[in-house]
Design a protein around this ligand. Structure first.
Ligand SMILES: *Cc1c(COP(=O)(O)O)cnc(C)c1O
Length: 394
């Protein structure tokens, strides 16, 4: 893998991690196999002791999955990676792998709904307590530390209101407390933000989003140093079975080849949509990382290389007004997914965040007027025209 690091990031997305077979294929092969056969009993024994490097069983590792893991690690600047069947499998194995009964987690309140379920409802079943904080307030992270705090966890920018959390500052607070920091980097994408370089110990992705980017398959990945992965992730990953299918690993490998091109274009489009909505009479709040009026503009300048493929805005009105907008769209589709080639909108209050109580939604600024827009690969002017005509129906 070290050779991959000679090249610039975009080049690594195309070439890193390739394992070419004896046939010399151009495109990576799909190794749809559960297991592997051995030349001898001795070789088989060696695979199990680790003396013989090679594959044993696709729950542990598989050549196509391995290529995806190596390419992700080379791009992220991580020593190693483990690919999972979904983003939530990555989050679950990353957190549970680090935690034991009696430990404590500090996490940011503004989180993807399923991540919040893991921290608030699932971990406590196994004796792991948690404290949720406003992630943008560093004093709250400091105040939440207990003697048994082991893990800090957050996503940035957050879903759906695109708040940005200072990764370097929170990493320092975590490390001073003897804890580790895990960052869910889905919204930023590996193109615009590198949490490991900013001090995080572990990065997780839902590869379902921009990495596939074409709405085809689910996937996830956990990245970190060799030591972090071996000490925390390796055994739970192998024994509990969240492994990624080799077919989906291949789809995601192909997704990585075009990731930079797609994310750069989608980010330009999201910025253009934001500019077109600026000052619109039916919008009372417009949130886009990269705009000078973003509440964490200064943090964004320091930690992100680009804006976002997502825009959040609040329609001046109630749920019925938001629904009139959504139903008025002709090109942009209603979906809870994001990062896709097709532009998508979602109404977080009635979908991704409907499980939260009204008070919790209010605290996160997710009113009934909030809309999340995910820019696709269509021509930006078609998208802007569609959004503006739908706003007329509000
Ligand atoms: C989608 C998403 C996940 C979960 O990923 P799946 O692939 O759907 O399991 C986790 N975190 C964030 C921020 C997401 O957007």
């Amino acid at each position: 893998m070290s050779a991959s690091f000679r090249y610039r990031p975009e080049t690594r997305l195309v070439h890193a991690g390739s394992l070419r077979s004896q046939f010399g294929e151009t495109s990576e092969s799909i190794f749809l196999t559960q297991g592997f056969v051995y030349d001898s009993a001795e070789q088989c024994e060696g695979r199990f002791t680790g003396a013989d490097a090679g594959f044993q069983y696709s729950r542990f590792a598989n050549p196509t999955v391995d290529m995806f893991e190596r390419r992700m690690a080379a791009f992220e600047g991580a020593e190693t990676a483990r690919a999972t069947a979904t983003g939530m499998a990555a989050v679950t194995v990353a957190l549970m792998g680090q935690l034991r009964a009696g430990d404590h987690v500090v996490a940011s309140k503004a989180m993807f709904g399923s991540c919040r379920y893991i921290v608030e409802d699932y971990l406590p079943r196994f004796g792991v307590a948690s404290t949720l904080v406003d992630g943008t307030d560093l004093d709250q992270w400091r105040a939440a530390v207990r003697p048994n705090t082991k893990v800090f966890f957050f996503e940035s920018p957050t879903n759906p209101t695109l708040e940005v959390i200072d990764i370097a500052a929170v990493a320092e607070i975590a490390h001073d407390a003897g804890a580790t920091l895990t960052v869910d980097n889905v919204f930023a994408t590996p193109i615009w933000q590198s949490p490991l370089a900013l001090g995080a110990d572990c990065v997780v992705y839902s590869a379902t989003k921009h990495i596939d980017g074409q709405g085809r398959c689910l996937g996830g990945v956990v990245l970190g140093s060799e030591k972090f992965i071996i000490d925390n992730i390796q055994m739970p990953f192998r024994q509990t079975g969240p492994a990624l299918s080799p077919f989906n690993a291949w789809v995601l490998l192909k997704g990585l080849e075009t990731l930079a091109v797609r994310v750069e274009r989608q980010t330009r489009t999201a910025a253009a949509v934001t500019a077109a909505l600026d000052g619109h009479k039916k919008i009372k709040r417009l949130i886009y990382p990269g705009r000078p009026d973003h509440p964490q503009a200064e943090v964004i300048k320091r930690q992100m290389k680009g804006g976002s493929t997502l825009v959040a805005f609040e329609i001046d009105g109630d749920k019925a007004a938001a629904f009139r907008f959504l139903n008025g769209l002709e090109l942009v589709r209603i979906s809870n997914n994001l990062g896709d080639a097709k532009s998508l909108v979602c109404h977080p209050a009635t979908t991704t965040h409907q499980r939260l109580a009204q008070a919790a939604r209010d605290e996160l600024g997710i009113s009934d007027g909030v809309i999340r827009f995910s820019a696709g690969l269509e021509h930006q002017d078609d998208l802007i025209e569609d959004i503006l005509q739908a706003l007329e129906k509000v």
